[in-house]
Design a protein around this ligand. Sequence first.
Ligand code: PMP
Length: 346
Amino acid sequence: MDKAIKAYNSILELVGNTPLIKLNKIAEPLTGNFYAKVEAFNPGHSSKDRIAAHIIAEAERKGILKPGNTIIETTSGNTGFSLAMISIVKGYKCILAVSSKSSSDKIDMLRSMGAKVYVCPAHVSADDPRSYYQVAKRLHEETEGSIYINQYFNELNIDAHYRSTGPEIWEQTSGKITHLVACSGTGGTISGIARYLKEQNPEIKILGVDAYGSVLKKYHETGEFDNNEIYPYRIEGLGKNLIPDATDFEAIDRYVKVTDAESAHMARKLAHTEGMFLGYTSGAAMQALYQLNNEGEFSKDSNVVVVFPDHGSRYLSKVYSTEWMENQGFFDAQNAEQPERVEFIK
Ligand code: PMP
């Protein structure tokens, strides 16, 4: 930074160093102390800024990526937004293959950031030529001077969180953290943080959040990849229909599964109680805290850190749309919260 003018040199200097924020009202029914690592404070509004910045910096350092080259990735939206943001600032082209499950808000945001977007069917197997993995692979082969980020199978995904998110949480809790709760998609976030924290104190419990419809929890418990576990679900960015290399299953103590409906309601509750307008998986992680609490996982001295991955602006047409919630059947007897109606003055 310039000594006289207190300005950052570019938006990229703001990646990482996100705040840890105490959870108050929403944590009242829970036993222990609860703190949220709010990744929406990254300039690209998600934890994915960290891996995008790290993977690109490493490719530049190794001389693989040169000005004018193309960055290609498969993404549920967040990694794409981070890559597109960095590409704009650094002068790269950006091509993204996204799942048709991604919200239209997310896709519009990627296009606004100058990325070329391919929307691929969500409910096909990973080896289907139409899947976003296969489409990205093909585009990489066809595009000269391109790099494929491959976040699901890239060790640097774990490394980014091992070097930044893990040490930040250790520092912010002065080493007093007892439990980490984080969503598992590629697994980079939970695995990188887990590796760092376990090196500092092997007693810290690492709890992963998975979705019903995903294979991760069963694979962790049995070592078996069970196709029968797979069915469509709504939460974006959490759980998987394959086993990612970027997940270090040994560093994770246990998984808990959450439902689409409960996670959506919990995201809305975070806004209503804490003033935190966050993404669908933040609701999922919060829902996991309630379930783990009910199973007696925490005691009054527990210092639990939960990672909230992204911002609510990406879900305006989903979790924060009353119509969408109604269409999903999420306002049912079990989740009795009824939406606040808008009053039109005539
Ligand atoms: N939440 C959201 C919104 C995401 O996009 C992702 C990434 N797929 C995750 C959670 C999970 O993070 P990770 O990939 O590091 O496991």
